[in-house]
Design a protein around this ligand. Structure first.
Ligand SMILES: NC(=O)C1=CN([C@@H]2O[C@H](COP(=O)(O)OP(=O)(O)OC[C@H]3O[C@@H](n4cnc5c(N)ncnc54)[C@H](OP(=O)(O)O)[C@@H]3O)[C@@H](O)[C@H]2O)[C@@H](O)CC1
Ligand SMILES: Nc1ncnc2c1ncn2[C@@H]1O[C@H](COP(=O)(O)OP(=O)(O)O)[C@@H](O)[C@H]1O
Ligand SMILES: [K+]
Length: 466
């Protein structure tokens, strides 16, 4: 963000012009939140976030709102664009005590927060939260660290946050995402800056989406092997297999012992069923393009031996659940010259990689580098990271996705896309995004079994999009 700002200023757009554009977006959102003519209290801080607040206050006053401006600090100490903004306001500047108002605008601290708010700053944040009126946060809810999604101390709980140019990690990672309320990203005319960190969206992976051609047959669409858990632990692999088919793999095989396959046979029709002791018995088939092991597999030496055999093969590979746990503390064992995707939740992640420092996207990136694999670090704010340094933060999954078996569906979705030749990072991003979209489609109280069906309309819409 700072680099984009510098580039724009160097190319001839004054910083104050950027501030005016930012403030115009703030005033637009404020007008959408408060009835015309209502009282709006704008709380400004000592930096350029406060500057945005002063300009927005002037715009709202012009538009007919009853605006009061409150400053934390002294007006005489404002510098640069913020000082110019305060001159533009040209009205009374009150202390931080807030009057009754229909809307509060939080322009205290933005991306310049550099420590936990204390004293008067902490009190001002607490007073905003206790006020009762909805809060519109300028750029970042004050007190939230835009780089990490964490709050070092007290932070504003906003109803809406308007940020500029692009979402920052802190808007997408928890608890930051919750502190923001609804997130609005406003264009302020900054140049596109090349980055390695993304908000997960269709544009990130859509160009790599596998589409069958007229002459496709089931094997050219990709064949996927899903290794089953034993008898009475087969449901997870079944969810994965059905989802891999739904994702577009032309053919999916469930493999395992006879008793396990007997259970599968009572439930599914489309997947092939193959009795085998070890994956190598099936890897001779050159048509097989991707394998998945882990769901329901069991943490035991047999699973480890099967995982090692699959790691040694040349197919795309998804390791989930128990297949990750059997490699506890050995991420280097995952290095292989073929596409590999790992799908740990926080517990499995810690078992495999140990405790890693930093915000979630940095931990996922460190794990991707250590394992040479694409890592999907799951949770309400799932992060997808690649060994080449790209990372995406996902924010479309509703909380009702937290239900037993939904992770097995995700693993099957990734495997189904890898089987069709989609590159690993893009396949992982697509799977996480579509998983979230399918849960939104299914709605509250979904079960994991609903997800493959709910994916269907989501996928149809993908083909209808221009
Ligand atoms: N970049 C862009 O392209 C654009 C940026 N724009 C806007 O600028 C904002 C960034 O402005 P910024 O860099 O001036 O930082 P900002 O968030 O106002 O905070 C710094 C001030 O807060 C203070 N301070 C910090 N922590 C504190 C604490 N815990 N407790 C107390 N004080 C604390 C710190 O004081 P100091 O550390 O010096 O004591 C300093 O005075 C950005 O979020 C966006 O709104 C837009 O105008 C459009 C274009
Ligand atoms: N609060 C939440 N909001 C959105 N998605 C969630 C939430 N909690 C978990 N999930 C998602 O649900 C899935 C759960 O997977 P996992 O923990 O492996 O469960 P299981 O092993 O039962 O399938 C993951 O994709 C995770 O990202
Ligand atoms: K703010």
């Amino acid at each position: 963000m700072r680099a984009a700002e510098q580039e724009a200023i160097a190319a001839g757009t004054p910083g104050f012009t950027l501030m005016r554009r930012a403030a115009a977006a703030v005033a637009r959102e404020a007008a959408a939140m408060a009835p015309h003519g209502a009282r709006v209290a704008v709380l400004c801080g000592p930096g350029n976030n406060g500057g945005d607040g002063f300009v927005a206050a002037a715009l709202l006053r012009e538009a007919g709102y009853a605006v009061s401006v409150h400053l934390l600090g002294e007006a005489g100490r404002l510098k640069g664009d913020a000082a110019e903004a305060a001159r533009l306001w040209a009205g009374p500047v009150e202390g931080p005590a807030l009057p009754p108002a229909a809307l509060l605008v939080d322009a205290l601290f933005g991306i310049g927060l550099n420590r936990a708010p204390e004293g008067a700053a902490a009190a001002a944040i607490a007073a905003m939260n206790a006020h009762g009126a909805p809060i519109l946060a300028v750029d970042v809810p004050s007190g939230l660290d835009a780089d990490t999604g964490t709050a070092p101390g007290v932070a504003v709980q906003a109803a809406r946050t308007v940020t500029f140019h692009t979402a920052k990690p802190g808007h997408l990672l928890l608890p930051g995402r919750d502190l923001c309320g609804a997130l609005v990203v406003a264009d302020i005319g900054l140049p596109e800056t090349p980055g390695r960190l993304f908000r997960n969206a269709t544009a990130l992976w859509g160009p790599h989406w596998p589409r069958p051609r007229g002459h496709s047959h089931k094997y050219t669409r990709g064949a996927c092997l899903v290794w089953s858990g034993p008898s009475l632990a087969t449901g997870a692999a079944r969810l994965s297999a059905m989802t891999a088919l739904r994702a577009g793999a032309g053919i999916v095989t469930l493999a395992g012992d006879h008793a396990a396959l007997t259970e599968h046979a009572a439930h599914v029709t489309a997947p092939l069923l193959r009795v085998a002791e070890m994956p190598a018995e099936l890897l001779a088939d050159p048509r097989l393009t991707a394998c998945l092991i882990g769901p329901g597999a069991g943490v035991n030496p047999a699973t480890l031996a099967r995982v090692e055999q699959l790691l040694a093969c040349d197919r795309a590979l998804v390791l989930d659940a128990d297949a990750l746990t059997v490699l506890a503390g050995r991420p280097e064992a995952l290095r292989r010259p073929h596409p590999t995707v790992l799908t740990p939740h926080e517990g499995e992640f810690r078992t495999l990689f140990g405790p890693l420092p930093g915000p979630k996207h940095e931990r996922a990136l460190a794990a991707a580098r250590a394992s040479g694999s694409v890592v999907i670090l799951k949770g309400a704010d799932t992060v997808i990271a690649a060994p080449d340094g790209r990372a995406a933060i996902n924010d479309n999954a509703p909380p009702w996705l937290a239900t037993a078996g939904s992770g097995d569906v995700l693993a099957g979705l990734v495997a189904g896309l890898l089987a069709q030749g989609m590159p690993a990072f893009e396949a992982a991003c697509a799977a996480v995004f579509l998983h979230g979209a399918a849960s939104t489609e299914a709605g509250p109280h979904l079960t994991a079994e609903d997800l493959p069906a709910a994916l269907w309309p989501v996928l149809k819409r993908l083909y209808e999009a221009p």
